[in-house]
Design a binder for this molecule. Structure first.
Ligand code: AMP
Ligand code: GLY
Length: 415
């Protein structure tokens, strides 16, 4: 088989590595990829949203399966175009990807179908939004309706912060059109986790739950980032909570999308909040693999990823089995991230001397050497019999190997 993976981050490097393990896979291409991916696949200089170029490439190389990493192309209809050309693609159509593409759509959908989520209201006028915030008080959560690379959410602990968020999104237009509609949400307290599932219509095959750490610094302090580390599975979740999440949230969402004439194919990702009492509520849906959750969930899957994706696409049960192990992954980020940071420094980790696995995110080749090319640069991970051992292995490697001059990482992931 020839496989095409679309994207350039840690998630895509992880997908490429797992696809490569399958003996039926002859050739893996990545568009556009990164320096780590380049060692395992042929990178082609096509951007994620250059849909017509990707379609031509897939036709030319007789691609048997395309896996789409990021959300951007999904909302622009990449799956629709591939399907029109009869090119097998594991990704939702834009009609189904709207579950991530519009927070208003997602909230209205959940409310209509009684899928548990925070109470909310939607606004297109700054004045009305501000009045609502003054009425509700803080803490309160302000979200841009459209895609904003994970930056469109402000968890405001004070009324002032919430009002500033309205000005930034609706008056100053920080997120352009993505912020012309906003969702204001009840603040949920509890522990977060994510659950991803392989979905095709009403067929739902859940993965191991994971926990991402979105804040930049130890103890969940500092600004929100794309994710500073993750682990899977999540020891503090009971079977009952996982059952509930799969049945009442993920399965129900898949079923209702079918009923609404927007059948979903791809990875359905539920971001959830588990309150101190009771069952989880949905914080957000993503319509793709999570990053960095993917990097810690795929190493626990015993099946070949391509086999699972092809089975699911063919309507067959992929019989997924999981290692009785735990995986911890810690991100090494450029100093300053998620705000301004510099790129182009030698990579912070010596891969040759490490027992951990290393996933590349923002990296590129500069002549013969590798340099940083983004905020999140590498993820260092380990699979061990339990979470504590996995975290110990990762951090031991990092203490020895990481040059911290231009980089930082959290020291509390999985501990
Ligand atoms: P999102 O991009 O929607 O996942 O939001 C980013 C982060 O903001 C989440 O991972 C949560 O930590 C936080 N968040 C979002 N919505 C809420 C909410 N209703 N209550 C509390 N925290 C939230
Ligand atoms: N880890 C959250 C995301 O992929 O958006």
């Amino acid at each position: 088989m020839n496989i095409l993976v679309i994207g350039r981050g840690g998630r895509e490097h992880s997908i490429v590595s797992h696809v490569n393990k399958d003996e039926n896979v002859k050739h893996v291409y990545a568009a556009p990829g990164n320096a780590g991916i380049e060692r395992e696949a042929t990178c082609v200089p096509i951007e994620e949203t250059e849909i017509e170029e990707l379609v031509s490439f897939a036709n030319e190389k007789a691609i048997d399966l395309t896996i789409v990493g990021p959300e951007g192309p999904l909302n622009e209809g990449i799956a629709n175009r591939f399907q029109e050309e009869n090119l097998p693609v594991f990704a939702p159509t834009k009609e189904a990807a709207i579950l991530e593409g519009s927070k208003q759509f997602a909230k209205d959908f959940m409310q209509k179908h009684d899928i548990p989520t925070a109470a909310y209201a939607t606004f297109t006028e700054a004045q009305a939004a501000k009045e609502y915030i003054k009425e509700q008080g803080a803490p309160i959560v302000v979200k841009a309706d459209g895609l904003a690379e994970g930056k469109g959410v402000v968890v405001a602990m004070t009324e002032e912060e919430a009002l500033e968020a309205i000005d930034a999104m609706m008056v100053e237009k920080t997120f352009a059109e993505a912020g012309s509609t906003i969702v204001i949400e009840e603040f949920l307290e509890g522990k977060e986790f994510s659950l991803m599932a392989f979905v095709h219509g009403s067929n739902v095959y859940p993965m191991m739950p994971a926990r991402d750490h979105k804040r930049a610094y130890d103890g969940d302090a500092g600004p929100n980032t794309g994710g500073m580390g993750a682990f899977a599975p999540v020891p503090d979740l009971t079977d009952e909570v996982i059952q509930y999440t799969v049945q009442e949230i993920v399965q129900k969402t898949a079923d209702k999308l079918v009923e609404e004439g927007r059948p979903f194919t791809g990875i359905l990702y539920a971001g959830l909040m588990l309150p101190p009492e009771g069952m989880p509520k949905v914080i957000e849906f993503n319509t793709r693999f999570g990053d960095p959750e993917t990097q810690v969930v795929l190493p626990l899957m015993e099946n070949s990823l391509t086999q699972v994706l092809l089975d699911v696409l063919a309507g067959k049960d992929p019989h997924i089995t999981w290692k009785d192990c735990s995986c911890v992954g810690v991100v090494i980020a450029s100093k300053g991230y998620p705000l301004a940071y510099e790129k182009g420094f030698p990579l912070p980790f010596n891969e040759d001397t490490s027992n951990a696995f290393v996933v590349h995110a923002g990296t590129k080749k500069d002549g013969d050497s590798y340099v940083s090319n983004g905020g999140r640069v590498l993820l260092v991970g380990a699979v061990e019999k339990d979470q504590q051992t996995a975290a110990e292995v990762v951090y031991k490697e990092m203490e020895v190997n990481v040059n911290k001059e231009h980089y930082f990482y959290r020291t509390d992931i999985g501990k």
